[in-house]
Design a protein around this ligand. Structure first.
Ligand code: ZN
Length: 114
């Protein structure tokens, strides 16, 4: 009897089937996300898993995991020539600097606080 888990024995899913599988996975992920006691701060910021999954919160995700397009991180891995903030000259351009200190984002910060 052929093993149906063998790649050669699997048939390709149709686009409709892939969409259904994807939606089922998102629904399961959403149920876990809504009920787990961990990550409540992040849950408050991002309630809808599907929105995150569709990368509509790309920059927010970078803030939450502190990786991404911050010069400190890019410099650490050799993708930039310096770690300083190109806006204000702070020594370390990272998520905390941008979110809490960089004068470039003062207007956004004030709007968030109010
Ligand atoms: Zn700055």
């Amino acid at each position: 009897m052929a093993n149906i888990d063998e790649p050669s024995q699997r048939r390709r899913l149709t686009a409709k089937e892939r969409g259904e599988e994807r939606q089922q996975s998102i629904n399961e992920w959403q149920a876990l996300w809504d009920t787990t006691p961990k990550g409540r701060w992040t849950h408050m910021l991002i309630r809808d898993v599907e929105t995150l999954f569709n990368r509509k919160h790309f920059y927010l995700t970078q803030f939450l995991n502190v990786h991404g397009c911050f010069r400190e991180y890019l410099y650490k891995y050799g993708h930039d020539d310096a770690a300083v903030c190109s806006s204000c000259g702070s020594e370390r351009d990272n998520a905390k600097h941008v979110f809490s200190h960089c004068p470039r984002y003062n207007t956004y910060r004030i709007n968030l606080e109010t």
